[in-house]
Write a protein that binds this ligand. Structure first.
Ligand code: AMP
Ligand code: MN
Ligand code: MN
Length: 327
């Protein structure tokens, strides 16, 4: 019989019982980490270490420049200790699938996995799946666990969780900024999280290279389908020209989405023989469903995929997938 796991979400007490039962944990972030995947893992990791648990952090890619301020970020690496007990629990944050953790992730038995996430279409790959699609960030899923375990929320924990919220709400701008999110954010500020500092790290502090690259990408953009679809691209040559790197591409897609009349936006990042596509919607077109048609995933309004092929083919495929979702 086929195992029916679709949409089965573990309860808070089930997850807490598992956390109590295990002695050793590895917190896993997704590739090209953002403030949600990293902040969520650090928050749960910091809390578990306070209970005397042994905690490691696995992240394939280096911590981006603007997330190094996070408490505990210096402990994150792709090294895996060789003396992990066989029942160490691998906790995955902010990913629909373990493939998002990257190719350096060793094989792990399902028995030893916990999946904490808020994406639509999460594959429920874990032994336990704490997947709450209505949460604004994976960090606020972790916050539910911290509350249920009566963990005192100090400055470090508050900083990690507020960073996940500010990352995934775009600084309290996106539609996932509910009244509850604002109340929680206020509590986190009162617990010592420095909103100014997080704002500066996540949204300020722009490198000149990133601003120049933004200008290049905006000048390459095309507005088509009666102004409902805007796309642009960045490639290795543009990076070199601007003295920029991949981290400097993060902001571009947001600008394409804010254009009046645009319903969907796409940015094609053409680096090292593959194309990473970022998709954004203004609420009518489901870009998660469009990305899923091409093997990607994400949320209704923010999704992504990787395409192997030429930029022209990627553009055609993405436009067709968006059209199939009503663009
Ligand atoms: P990004 O455009 O990279 O900021 O990603 C937007 C959203 O899409 C995030 O929630 C990502 O987790 C998700 N996403 C991005 N790339 C992929 C991919 N290749 N596969 C699945 N989900 C992705
Ligand atoms: Mn993420
Ligand atoms: Mn997230």
């Amino acid at each position: 019989m086929i195992e029916q796991r679709v949409n089965v979400t573990s309860t808070t007490p089930e997850v807490i019982a598992e956390l109590k039962r295990r002695s050793t944990f590895v917190m896993v972030s997704h590739v090209r980490p953002d403030g949600d995947t990293l902040g969520a893992g650090l928050a749960l990791g910091i809390a578990l270490s306070r209970f005397g648990k042994r905690v490691h952090y696995f992240q394939q890619d280096a911590v981006p420049r603007n997330l190094r301020f996070l408490p505990g970020a210096e402990a994150v690496s792709r090294e895996i200790p060789d003396d992990l007990p066989s029942d160490a629990l691998w906790c995955f944050f902010d990913m629909s699938d373990t493939a998002r953790a990257g190719e350096f992730l060793p094989p792990i038995a399902r028995e030893n996995t916990l999946n904490v996430d808020h994406h639509l279409g999460n594959s429920r790959f874990g032994k336990l799946n704490y997947v709450i699609e209505t949460e604004c960030s994976t960090g606020t899923c972790v916050m539910r666990l911290l509350r249920a375990m009566n963990v005192p929320i100090d400055r470090d924990l508050a900083t990690c969780v507020l960073t996940t919220i500010m990352t995934d709400t775009g600084g309290f701008i996106h539609s996932n900024t509910t009244p509850e999110v604002l109340v929680l954010s206020s509590e986190l500020m009162m617990a010592g999280a420095d909103k100014e500092e997080i704002t500066e790290e996540i949204f300020g502090n722009k490198r000149y290279a990133a601003v120049k690259l933004l200008g290049r990408a905006l000048s390459e953009s095309q507005l088509i389908r009666d102004g409902r679809y805007c796309w642009s691209f960045v490639d290795d040559a543009m990076l070199r020209e601007c003295n920029a790197d991949e981290e400097d591409t993060e902001e571009i897609i947001g600008h394409l989405r804010t254009i009046d009349g645009v319903e969907a936006a796409a940015l094609f990042k053409v680096f090292d023989g593959e194309i990473r596509v970022s998709l954004r919607s203004n609420g009518r077109v489901n870009v998660q469903a469009a990305a899923a048609r091409l093997g990607g995933g994400g949320h209704f309004r923010a999704a992504g995929l990787t395409y192997v092929g030429s930029l022209d083919d990627a553009r055609d495929a993405v436009e067709r997938a968006l059209a199939a979702e009503g663009l």
